[in-house]
Design a protein around this ligand. Structure first.
Ligand SMILES: C[S@@+](CC[C@H](N)C(=O)[O-])C[C@H]1O[C@@H](n2cnc3c(N)ncnc32)[C@H](O)[C@@H]1O
Length: 356
C-alpha cells in the first residue's frame, strides 16, 4: 500500500518533488526526503503562505503523535490537495523512499512559487543590473522577497506592507529560509490615495503589545493566535492588532524613503497584485538609472468575469502603457496580458529607467 502510493506520487506529472514534512525539526534533521520542506505541524496555520498553490497536489508526512489523517484533513478542508499522505512511524515508507531521494536537488527546497512573471524575467534583469537593491511594495507574506533573497547574485531587499501581520510573516519566512540577514528593512507603511506615506506611531499601544506577546509552545494550528516558532519571533494576529493602532501623518515619497527607509534608489522595484494608483507615477523616481520596475496586477480586460479585486481596484487595459509610455527616460521593455493560475487576467510589465 505505502510503496504503491509512493510510486504514484513519484510518477505524478506535477508535484512529484513537493513534500511537506510536518514532523519536528529534530526528526527532520535526523532523516528526511530530498527534496522536502519541514513545517512542524504546530506552525502550519501561520505558515500557509509557504504551501504550494491550491491546484498542485503534493505529498505530506504526518507526525506520529497525531491521529492518522488529522493534518492532511486540516489541509484538505482549507482547499489544498494532498492525495499522498505518509506517516512518520511507517518504516516501509522510509525504506522505500530512499530510492527516490535526490540529494543533489539544489536548495532552497520550496513548496511555494513566487510570482511566475518575476521568475520568468529575473535572470535577464539580474544580468542587466550592476547593483542589487530591491524594493517590494505590498510584500504580503514575503514569498517574492524570500525567493529573491535566496538567489545568486545576492539581493538586498527592502519590503513594505500596510499590514503588521504581513510584515511579521515576511520576517518569519525569511528567517525560516535562512536569508533574513539581507532583508535590510521590512516596515509597516501605507501609501495613501493622495500619494503620501504613513507609518505607525511608535508609541501606539499595539506596538508595545507586540513586544509583550505571550509565547505558547505547542499549540495546535487551529488554536490561538500566538505561538512560539522554534526560538524565532512570536507572531500575533497582526492584521487584527492594526485596528487599534494610530497612523502617523502622511509624508512625501522623498521624505519617506530618505528619512524612514534610508534608501531612495533601487535597481528593482516590485508591486505584485497590489494597486494604489497615486503610487504609479512616483515609482520611476525611486529607480536607479538602469533599474527595472516590475508590475503585475489584475486587469479589466473586458473578457473575463471575476469578483476580486473590485473593478475600481483593477488596472484598465493599456493604463500602464499610457502612463509610462509618456514619461521621459522610461522604456517599456515587456507588456503582456496573462492569466494567473485561477484564470484571472493580469497586466504584467517590465519598465526600465534609461536616464536621469
Ligand atoms: C494581494 S496582496 C499581494 C502580496 C504580494 N505582493 C504577492 O503577490 O503575494 C496585496 C498586499 O498589499 C498590501 N497593501 C494593500 N494596500 C496597501 C497600501 N495602501 N500600502 C501598502 N501596502 C498595501 C496588503 O496588505 C497586502 O499584503
Amino acid at each position: 500500500m505505502t510503496t504503491q502510493l509512493l510510486s504514484r506520487w513519484k510518477r505524478s506529472a506535477i508535484g512529484s518533488q513537493l513534500c511537506l514534512d510536518l514532523r519536528s525539526p529534530q526528526a527532520y534533521q535526523i532523516r528526511h526526503v530530498a527534496p522536502s520542506t519541514n513545517i512542524p505541524w504546530q506552525q502550519l496555520s501561520l505558515r500557509c503562505a509557504e504551501l504550494p498553490p491550491k491546484n498542485v497536489p503534493f505529498a505530506v508526512i504526518e507526525p506520529s503523535d497525531q491521529k492518522p489523517d488529522t493534518c492532511s484533513q486540516w489541509l484538505i478542508e482549507r482547499g489544498w490537495q494532498c492525495p499522498y499522505v505518509f506517516r512518520e512511524d511507517d518504516d516501509t515508507f522510509w525504506t522505500a523512499v530512499e530510492q527516490y531521494s535526490q540529494p543533489t536537488t539544489p536548495k532552497p527546497w520550496l513548496l511555494f512559487r513566487p510570482c511566475p512573471f518575476l521568475m520568468q524575467h529575473i535572470n535577464w534583469i539580474e544580468k542587466q543590473t550592476q547593483q542589487h537593491r530591491c524594493l517590494d511594495i505590498g510584500c504580503g507574506s514575503g514569498r517574492d522577497v524570500a525567493w529573491l533573497l535566496s538567489r545568486q547574485p545576492l539581493w538586498n531587499v527592502y519590503a513594505l506592507d500596510s499590514l503588521k501581520g504581513a510584515v511579521e510573516r515576511t520576517h518569519q519566512l525569511t528567517k525560516n529560509m535562512g536569508v533574513h540577514d539581507r532583508l535590510v528593512e521590512c516596515l509597516q507603511a501605507k501609501i495613501t490615495s493622495e500619494g503620501k506615506w504613513k507609518t505607525f506611531d511608535e508609541d501606539s499601544p499595539a506596538v508595545t503589545a507586540k513586544n509583550n506577546t505571550t509565547a505558547t509552545a505547542g499549540t495546535s494550528p487551529t488554536s490561538g493566535t500566538t505561538t512560539t516558532i522554534n526560538n524565532t519571533i512570536a507572531i500575533t494576529n497582526g492584521d487584527i492588532d492594526d485596528k487599534s493602532r494610530r497612523f502617523s501623518p502622511g509624508v512625501s515619497t522623498d521624505t519617506f524613503f530618505q528619512d524612514k527607509l534610508g534608501c531612495s534608489q533601487f535597481d528593482l522595484i516590485l508591486t505584485i497584485r497590489f494597486l494604489v494608483r497615486s503610487l504609479l507615477p512616483q515609482l520611476p523616481q525611486l529607480l536607479a538609472v538602469g533599474g527595472y520596475l516590475v508590475i503585475s496586477h489584475f486587469v479589466e480586460d473586458g473578457v473575463h468575469e471575476y469578483e476580486q479585486p473590485r473593478k475600481d481596484h483593477r488596472l484598465q487595459l493599456g493604463e500602464l502603457a499610457a502612463l509610462y509610455g509618456s514619461m521621459a527616460n522610461i522604456e517599456i521593455v515587456v507588456d503582456v496580458i496573462e492569466q494567473i493560475e485561477d484564470g484571472r487576467p493580469v497586466n504584467s510589465v517590465v519598465i526600465k529607467r534609461t536616464g536621469p
